[in-house]
Design a protein around this ligand. Structure first.
Ligand SMILES: Cc1cc2nc3c(=O)[nH]c(=O)nc-3n(C[C@H](O)[C@H](O)[C@H](O)COP(=O)(O)O)c2cc1C
Length: 229
């Protein structure tokens, strides 16, 4: 990136350095860090400034209690997310998805045909990768799809703010698979759609999954320019 200022260079560095962490140290974050993180993400723009993100956060010991309930559900029942999970990814998305799985399972040294290994790796989602904090993100059902877009903008700012505070995170749709348990533990109102979770805390550098990295397409794969260059 050709930078125009010191600020741009720093923000670019933060964005490029961020990656999804899937192995955390157990210590909860200091209150001052949590305050700074949520304050920064709260600046997110939204259509008509409706600010639709609704957040339920756990700290120890509530995080483990929720994790145990979700693991139990994941082992014994089928997912019933409020928003259907995609079943089929057409190309080129399927190729991106395959490479993402390859990077993760490769870092964890789990072979393609190792079904038990893959199942255990999937269950790690419901341990929140041992993170001290889980955030469950929801929005009012009465709002249309654009409100989900607003929440996505908030997510991007949250992840960038976390990176600036040396906090690591993993956004997790998997957590939304068992909404009844989330509602019960976190008193999320029935009028809200549960969108995703975020595990966050400090990364454990010794966890193999944290060696996984994904790539991005060149910008030209996503950007159409008129007139063409
Ligand atoms: C909305 C959303 C849901 C996600 N759900 C999961 C998930 O359930 N489990 C998981 O391990 N990673 C999940 N991820 C992380 C993505 O796999 C990751 O962001 C992507 O592969 C790009 O890698 P990076 O974050 O390391 O750059 C999710 C990310 C987003 C934005």
């Amino acid at each position: 990136m050709s930078t125009v200022s010191e600020d741009a260079r720093r923000v670019s560095e933060l964005m490029h350095a961020r990656y999804s962490v899937r192995g955390f140290l157990p210590e909860p974050l200091p209150e001052t860090t949590l305050d700074a993180l949520f304050e920064m993400a709260q600046t997110a723009p939204s259509w008509c400034n409706i600010q639709p993100w609704r957040l339920a956060m756990t700290s120890p010991p509530a995080t483990r209690a929720l994790s145990e309930a979700l693991i139990q559900a994941a082992k014994s029942s089928l997912p019933t997310p409020d928003i259907d999970f995609p079943l089929v990814y057409p190309e080129p998305y399927q190729d991106h998805r395959r490479k993402c799985g390859g990077a993760l399972y490769g870092a964890m040294d789990i072979a393609r045909d190792d079904k038990a290994g893959r199942y255990d790796a999937w269950l790690r989602n419901y341990e929140f990768f041992d993170a001290p904090h889980l955030l469950v993100v929801s929005r009012d059902k009465r709002l249309g799809e654009y409100a989900t877009l607003d929440v996505g903008v908030w997510l991007g700012l949250f992840l960038t703010a976390a990176q600036s505070l040396d906090v690591q995170a993993c956004a997790m749709a998997s957590v939304a698979a068992y909404p009844a348990i989330l509602r019960e533990h976190l008193h999320i109102p029935a009028e809200e759609i549960i969108l995703f979770g975020i595990a966050f805390g400090k990364a454990d550098p010794s966890v193999p999954a944290n060696r996984a990295r994904t790539n991005r397409q060149p910008v030209s794969a996503n950007l159409r320019r008129y007139p063409a260059l």
